[in-house]
Design a protein around this ligand. Structure first.
Ligand SMILES: [Zn+2]
Length: 462
């Protein structure tokens, strides 16, 4: 009862600001859900025959794909918009003017396709492949980062190397899908909201950025890459903008394009769109992407906010710094450990083994649209408190429990994997258990998603 009265009283901008700030913190500029998705995808799908054993495919440019499938894509994207309007809660409808029309020159078709998907028009969408750490790329074949992503060098967690592809090259579906599973973090969802100061953001019809700082370039992608579907009802009541997260829209859109491309004889784009969809599925396996403030109960949030309203803002600021530091600490450890294992060609590393571990796949039902809420985020949200607590035991306190330390600014300078590895055995075990557990879920949901997609792609023509 006390809580309910408090709730009523606290539906104020202070409470809103706290949650908004916490959501921003949880997605600070250098943080992705998983800093390099491909490192996990290569492992996860190595044990999915649908991809791992699929024959190599010929690389095809986007313009060729659009020229061949234009009229079919008109119908497909119209049907997809209807689906989204009926099935995605709080869906911001696509303005009619953005509907895809298959006429005009190749650049015009491309422009219309990008507008119909409502992605950043500067998205590179070039032909490239990410290579595994430890694999040398000859300088003549290397693809500069700027031709792959619109996101600048601040993305220092992701020291990936890219190979330039050409139309007609043969590539494996595994490499195409793994590479594409990073691509939504390469600027596709940046600047798409009405208040991001971009012309396209004003046209796309998504409305104002639900949370985060609209002036911070990278925070604008967060509402597409997070899914706050399991907060307590009072949290939504107090902060309704948290209902506006749309990974389900992105997943279904790219899954639909992938199926169509696979069915219609464009396997390169089939696997590439599949990788795009997979990115959002994988993001949602990260507990800090499925819960607003892991480790902090609703009552504490309310109390913290009450203090802030009385002018005592320190506790609030500390809470925001800590959730941001922990989010990044988890990724810092994960990406460094996995990159290190690839570089040493150690495929027995616990994280790589966990991502490949398919023994529990059969315990889950086949992937359906409902799985995003009922299974994937249900699991990651439920794991959020334990994840937060495990980080407290596994990572030196300076990086996750000291509110005066801000990892946002300096996280790239810290190698938490090296630090933990040089520390006590108990902390090493804690981190291995924690991150291997999360990587196992990452692998399971990646395979379930790809399996359902591949089955759907075989089930007859459009
Ligand atoms: Zn993401």
């Amino acid at each position: 009862m006390m809580m309910l009265r408090l709730l009523h009283f606290r539906m104020t901008t202070g409470w809103l600001l706290f949650l908004a700030a916490a959501s921003t913190a949880a997605f600070s500029p250098s943080a992705h859900a998983w800093s390099n998705h491909a490192l996990g995808t290569w492992q996860a799908l190595a044990s999915a025959d649908e991809v791992a054993n699929a024959a190599p495919v010929r690389v095809e440019g986007l313009d060729a794909f659009l020229a061949a499938e234009g009229p079919a894509l008109e119908r497909l994207l119209d049907a997809e918009e209807s689906w989204a309007r009926s099935n995605v809660p709080h869906y911001p409808a696509r303005p009619a003017a953005l509907a895809f029309k298959a006429d005009g020159s190749a650049p015009e078709m491309r422009r219309r396709f990008i507008a119909a998907l409502r992605i950043n028009p500067a998205s590179r969408l070039t032909l490239f492949m990410q290579v595994r750490p430890g694999t040398a790329v000859p300088a003549s074949a290397a693809m500069p980062r700027s031709e792959v992503t619109t996101v600048g060098q601040r993305d220092d967690h992701n020291k990936a190397a890219f190979l330039r592809l050409h139309e007609g090259d043969l590539v494996t579906p595994l490499d195409v899908t793994a590479t594409a599973s990073d691509e939504p973090d390469f600027g596709l969802d940046i600047g798409i909201w009405a208040d991001n100061g971009t012309g396209y953001g004003r046209q796309y019809g998504f409305g104002k950025q639900p949370f985060g700082n609209p002036a911070l370039e990278f925070s604008s992608q967060a509402p597409m890459h997070m899914g706050f579907f399991h907060e307590q009802w009072i949290v939504y009541k107090a902060a309704p903008f948290l209902l506006r997260t749309y990974p389900e829209y992105r997943i279904h859109l790219y899954q639909t394009l992938a199926r169509h491309a696979l069915r219609s004889g464009h396997p390169y784009w089939g696997w590439r769109f599949a990788g795009w969809a997979l990115h959002y599925v994988q993001d949602l396996t990260q507990p800090y992407h499925a819960r607003v403030v892991p480790g902090v109960g609703t009552a504490t949030l309310l109390w913290t906010n009450s203090l802030a309203l009385l002018g005592m803002t320190t506790q609030k600021e500390h809470a925001i710094t800590l959730v941001s530091n922990r989010h990044q600490a988890l990724e810092n450890y994960q990406v460094r450990r996995m990159r290190d294992a690839y570089a040493r060609k150690d495929d027995k590393d616990a994280l790589l083994l966990a991502a490949r571990d398919a023994t529990d796949d059969k315990r889950y039902p086949r992937y359906t649209d409902a799985a995003v809420r009922a299974s994937i985020t249900q699991q990651s949200h439920a794991a959020a408190d334990a994840t937060d607590a495990a980080l407290e035991r596994g990572i030196p306190p300076k990086y996750i429990s000291d509110p005066d330390y801000v990892m946002t600014a300096s996280g790239s300078d810290v190698d938490l994997y090296a630090l933990v590895s040089a520390g006590p055995q108990a902390a090493r075990d804690e981190m291995t258990t924690l991150v291997a557990g999360l990587m196992k879920n990452f692998g399971i949901h990646s395979r379930l998603f790809i399996r359902a997609l591949a089955e759907g792609a075989q089930a007859g023509a459009n």
